[in-house]
Each structure stands twice: as structure tokens, then as C-alpha cells.
Design a protein around this ligand. Structure first.
Ligand SMILES: Cc1cc2nc3c(=O)[nH]c(=O)nc-3n(C[C@H](O)[C@H](O)[C@H](O)COP(=O)(O)OP(=O)(O)OC[C@H]3O[C@@H](n4cnc5c(N)ncnc54)[C@H](O)[C@@H]3O)c2cc1C
Length: 349
């Protein structure tokens, strides 16, 4: 495993407008969907607590959603206080529209030293934008962190080159507000605490009338299965599944009997066997379930980058030399079209 070390620092003089704060105070973006706090935000809360200071959560959204999410956020263990801002303009989390609210909150004199979020698509669009406006760097997809309270610097680790190297990145004390996104699989989810009583404060929305982008529509893939990113069990298929019909016919019964989410290699997605949202890997989702079954997947490094932290990896492949067997805990050298139906039947019984 390669290791590299880098220091990130603000490029212009803006940072000097802030007093250098050494006592950390994190601002955590609490993301939500369909009335629930996103699980990635729970992992980000755990990471934020490791800084060793108070953690303030911020809930931004439409007026219909914010009150319900606020109630759920109040029960999270580890939040010192919660800010919330509700407006119809925040209903779809358009980065250009949410950014001014954060910019105002993080401007000169802000008490916050860190801005933390899960490494979600929405956060990847929002946080670097706000950081750039404040002329501070953002560190993405971290898997570890350490804050040095005496110097005010924070050191992060983050995988690079599809997980083949770990970069150690230090944001020095001259970075007044350190932005980072968190790889959810690297931190456990913060639990609930019925006795939690964080301070709650409403924030006036910042009206944006000249956004260059607007939300038109959202199309979501509907599925009764567990969500791929957070499922405890995942059954993934590769190019060997031949086509969309055999992919579904072979893997769905196994996923049903295991209560698992379905995933796919990029080759399977590119060939149209499975939806884009199911891709696991460097350019897909990163998952770390208790059980990951790789079926007819060769185990290219780009695929491994998305699943190698799974607790138990089971591989079925007819090629005994397939690289997937190097990371598998249990391997079966067999034709998947024989092995998967047989396994499914045995599990049913
Ligand atoms: C920049 C970049 C990013 C990428 N990102 C990703 C990513 O996010 N995710 C990803 O998955 N890939 C990604 N890839 C592609 C990756 O390199 C591989 O091409 C891809 O993972 C291969 O998919 P596969 O294992 O399904 O197909 P193959 O490599 O073709 O493997 C098929 C496997 O099925 C086995 N097999 C065939 N028939 C049977 C059978 N009947 N029974 C049992 N086994 C059988 C074969 O022995 C073989 O091992 C990326 C590539 C690049 C360059």
C-alpha cells in the first residue's frame, strides 16, 4: 500500500480575515430524504465527534420536510445544537441556492472550524462550492481524521487510485474553516439518544433570485429492495450474466431469499443488464455490507475499490484464477448458472 502526504492550504489572503481558532466546532450537514435522515449523515456525525469539540447540525429543506427531520435530528447522540432553515427554494437541494446560506453562516467571525458531510452526490456538489467561495480547500471522501487542538491543524486520510494508496492530507491552522466529506463505510452510524436535548435555532433563508440553475424534475428508480449503499447483504452480478433478462432471473431469487440489495459490475451496467444506480466500484457506489456476493465478476481493481471492505466476500466464478478469489473469504469455482439456482434452493429450505 502506497502512502502520500500533502498539505492543503488557502491560496489567497481571505483566510487571514479570520482569527485562528484552535478549539474545534464542527458544522454537520444533516442530509435527508423521504422524511428520514440519510444514513451517511449518521456516519459523518461520528466523524465530526472525533474532532473533539461541539457538533452543530444544520437541516436545510422545504417547509414540509424540515419540522419532521428536526424532530429526528434532536434524538441523535452527539449533536450539541441544531440549526434549521426551511423555504420552498430549499426543497430540492440545488447547490447554487443552498450555498449562500452556508456562506453567510461561515463568513467572518463564524464559530465553526470544520464543515462536515457525508460523501453524497448532493454534498459533493455543495461543499466544494461553498469552500471555493470562502477560498478554503475541501478534502473529500476521508476515512480517518485526527485534530491537533494545540496547533489547530487537522490530518485526514483518504483513499486514492481506486483504494490502492492512502493519502494523508493535513489542513493546517491557517485554514480557518476546514471542509471535508466522509466515506460512510469508514465510520459507524451515530446512534439515537432519547435523552438528547440539543439547542435548536431557526435560520432565516437567504433568498436567491438569480440562480443559474433550477430544479426541473427528479426521477428515482423505484425498488422494494434495501438501498444498495446501506444494505447489510449485497448480491452483485457481472458480465457473465449475459443479458438483462438472465441477470434478473438468476440474481433476484437469491437476493430475495437473502433480503439483499442487488449490485452490478460496470461491465454489466454498460451492457445494459442493470441500472446505473446499481454499479459498485470506483465510479459507482462504495459499499461495505456484512455479506457481498460477487457472481460472475472478475474482480478488476476498479470493482474491488467499491466492495473490498465488505465483512464477508463470497465469489462464484468459473475461472479459478479470477482475481476476485484473492479478496474472497469464500470462493466457489463453478458455473454460476448451475451454482446460483442450487444455492437459492438450498437457502430457501
Ligand atoms: C476509470 C475506470 C473506472 C471503472 N470503474 C468501475 C466500477 O466502478 N465498477 C466496476 O465494476 N468496474 C469498473 N471499471 C471496469 C473494470 O475495469 C472491469 O472492466 C469491470 O469491473 C469488469 O466487469 P466484470 O467483472 O463483470 O466483467 P469481466 O471482467 O468480463 O469478468 C467476467 C467474469 O465472469 C466469469 N464468468 C464467465 N462466465 C461465467 C459463468 N458461466 N459462471 C461463472 N463465472 C463466469 C469470468 O471468468 C470472468 O471472471 C472501471 C474501469 C475504468 C478504466
Amino acid at each position: 500500500m502506497l502512502r502520500s502526504i500533502a498539505v492543503v492550504a488557502p491560496t489567497r489572503t481571505f483566510a487571514r480575515a479570520y482569527a485562528t481558532a484552535t478549539s474545534p466546532h464542527a458544522l454537520l450537514l444533516i442530509e435527508h430524504r423521504n422524511g428520514a435522515v440519510e444514513s451517511g449523515s449518521l456516519s459523518a456525525l461520528t466523524a465530526a465527534q472525533q474532532l473533539g469539540g461541539p457538533v452543530t447540525g444544520i437541516v436545510v429543506g422545504g417547509p414540509d420536510e424540515v419540522p419532521g427531520i428536526l424532530e429526528k435530528a434532536k434524538k441523535l447522540k452527539g449533536l450539541t445544537s441544531i440549526l434549521h432553515s426551511a423555504s420552498p427554494q430549499y426543497a430540492f437541494s440545488v447547490p447554487e441556492i443552498v450555498s449562500p446560506l452556508l456562506e453567510k453562516l461561515l463568513g467572518s467571525g463564524t464559530p465553526y472550524t470544520h464543515v462536515v458531510s457525508s460523501h453524497s452526490s448532493a454534498a459533493k456538489a455543495l461543499l466544494p462550492r461553498v469552500a471555493a467561495k470562502l477560498d478554503v480547500p475541501a478534502v473529500s471522501d476521508i476515512t480517518g481524521l485526527e485534530h491537533d487542538a494545540s496547533s489547530g491543524s487537522t490530518t485526514f486520510t483518504r483513499p486514492i487510485y481506486a483504494g490502492n494508496a492512502i493519502a494523508t492530507v493535513r489542513a493546517p491552522s491557517t485554514v480557518p474553516v476546514k471542509f471535508f466529506t466522509v466515506r460512510s463505510t469508514a465510520f459507524s452510524a451515530a446512534p439515537e439518544d432519547e435523552s438528547a436535548s440539543p439547542e435548536v435555532k431557526a435560520l432565516e433563508p437567504v433568498q436567491v433570485t438569480d440562480s443559474p440553475t433550477e430544479h426541473i424534475s427528479t426521477e428515482l428508480t423505484k425498488s422494494d429492495r434495501p438501498e444498495l449503499g446501506t444494505a447489510k447483504r449485497v448480491v452483485s452480478g457481472g458480465r457473465a450474466l449475459k443479458n438483462a433478462e438472465t441477470f434478473k432471473k438468476t440474481l433476484d431469487p437469491l437476493a430475495d431469499v437473502l433480503g439483499a440489495a442487488v449490485g452490478a459490475s460496470r461491465a454489466a451496467v454498460d451492457a445494459g443488464y442493470a441500472d446505473n444506480s446499481l454499479q459498485v466500484g470506483q465510479t459507482g457506489k462504495v459499499v461495505a455490507p456484512e455479506l457481498y456476493m460477487a457472481i460472475g465478476i472478475s474482480g478488476a481493481i476498479q470493482h474491488l475499490a467499491g466492495m473490498k471492505d465488505s465483512k464477508m466476500i463470497v465469489a462464484i466464478n468459473k475461472d479459478a484464477d479470477a482475481p476476485i478469489f484473492q479478496v474472497a473469504d469464500v470462493g466457489l469455482v463453478a458455473d454460476l448458472f448451475d451454482a446460483v439456482p442450487e444455492l437459492t434452493e438450498k437457502l430457501k429450505n
